[in-house]
Design a protein around this ligand. Structure first.
Ligand code: PLP
Ligand code: TYF
Length: 392
């Protein structure tokens, strides 16, 4: 039976980790998988998380099952940051549950939308490859629109036409901030327009917020999501704490549903719980509990926000240096200065991607996506010189 299984391709980004590890050169640079790195090239555990973990070890008195919804204290503690302190549950119209990372949340959101009758997902191209993979695995049709134009700006016309052609039975999957892989985000005025379009549309919004705080700031990065939720009657929000709390392998995320009427939330979430039971039963507890401990403690919350500010600030400095380099060989890095988050795309040809690896030991995705957090004051000049040499 099992001999029927065909070999599947490895995840290209995760395979890149190994390629980089196997390169013996001391000055190699890893701009591959999306993890934050400090100016020393490390991905440390947040100080606030370390402190929360200590507290957890000392105070946690049971690891008995919590249920498919996970740690609801964690789920509630995040809500003021995502939906705004003024009305974090939108007058009782929002309910959430814990999920194994943002990926688990996306899996549930898409499966839940499918149960509700959604057949087609409208998604920008390019997007995080897992968006398409999950849709494909669920048997959902994917309708792609162009995310950004040649000019490096969001292609609002493409989004407008995709939404105009959509209706009942469609959902649109939007990156809330720090677009992966392009770093090209909608401006506030674009979000205002998107919210107005969705207000009049039957297309269900699904918003993926995986990098809150890594773009312009916690509040700024939630602008689009809040505008859309303020305008529509229903939506799903997929949240990840894996980047903004540095919890990656602990798999920390949440799914929130926004309903027309609070009376509908019970039925909606019972589907989330049923899907969770059929997929993973319950989410892993540790990372979510650590986030809850941080958010329940003012001092730890301030420490976390400060650590997040430093990450964002460092990435802005890297982006500013790249923008300053401007025209470099055959490419122009100026736009990277105004893009957001961990990622940007440099239009390398496939041969140039290989040359960057072979000649310079600089590793990034075949699409030309770089993780800007892999650049430091110690290696950025080498990177710029390599780009100039390879593309010139
Ligand atoms: N959404 C986007 C756009 C991402 O880039 C990621 C990446 O890791 C995720 C969701 C999910 O993250 P995780 O499952 O690690 O929480
Ligand atoms: O795009 C990235 O690099 C992150 C991390 O299968 C990631 O989103 C990459 C691939 C993958 C899971 C996570």
């Amino acid at each position: 039976m099992l001999t029927n299984l065909q070999q599947q391709p490895a995840d290209a980004l995760l395979a890149l980790i190994k390629l980089h590890n196997d390169d013996p050169r001391a000055d190699k640079i890893d701009l591959g998988v999306g993890v934050y790195r400090t100016g020393q090239g490390e991905t440390p555990v947040f100080g606030a998380i370390k402190a929360a973990e200590k507290k957890l070890v000392e105070t946690q008195d049971s690891k008995a099952y919590l249920g498919p919804e996970g740690d609801m204290g964690f789920v509630h503690a995040l809500m003021p940051y995502i939906f705004g302190k003024a009305n974090p549950d939108m007058d009782g119209r929002i309910v959430g549950m814990q999920t194994p990372g943002g990926t688990g949340s996306l899996r549930l959101a898409l499966a839940m939308a499918q149960r509700a009758g959604v057949k087609r997902i409208i998604v920008g191209k390019p997007s995080w490859p897992n968006h398409n993979q999950i849709c494909k695995d669920l048997g959902l049709e994917v309708f792609e629109f162009n995310h950004a134009g040649e000019d490096g700006k969001v292609d609002m016309d493409a989004l407008r036409s995709a939404l105009a052609a959509g209706g009942e039975g469609d959902a649109v999957l939007l990156h809330g901030c720090c677009h992966n892989p392009t770093g090209i985000d909608y401006a506030p005025a674009d979000w205002d327009e998107i919210a107005a379009i969705l207000a009049k549309s039957a297309v269900l919004p699904i918003i993926d917020l995986a990098y809150q705080g890594l773009g312009q700031g916690m509040e700024e990065d939630a602008y689009g999501l809040r505008r859309v939720l303020g305008a529509v009657s229903e939506a799903l929000v997929c949240y990840s704490c894996d980047k903004n709390f540095g919890l990656y392998r602990d798999r920390v995320g949440a799914l929130y549903a926004v309903a027309k009427d609070p009376a509908e939330l019970g039925a909606i979430m019972s589907n989330g719980h049923a899907l969770a039971r059929a997929n993973w039963s319950q989410p892993p507890d540790h990372g979510g509990a650590a986030v809850r401990v941080v958010l329940e403690d003012e001092t730890l919350t301030a420490q976390w926000l400060d650590e997040l500010d430093q990450m964002r600030e460092r990435m802005r400095q890297v982006r500013a240096r790249l923008a300053e380099a401007g025209k470099t060989g055959g490419v122009d890095l100026t736009a990277l200065g105004s893009q957001n988050g961990l990622f940007s795309i440099i239009p390398f040809t496939p041969d140039q991607v290989q040359a960057m690896r072979k000649e310079h030991g600089i590793y990034f995705a075949g699409s030309g996506r770089i993780n800007v957090a892999g650049l430091t004051t110690g290696n950025i000049e080498k990177f710029i010189a390599a780009v100039a040499q390879v593309t010139g």
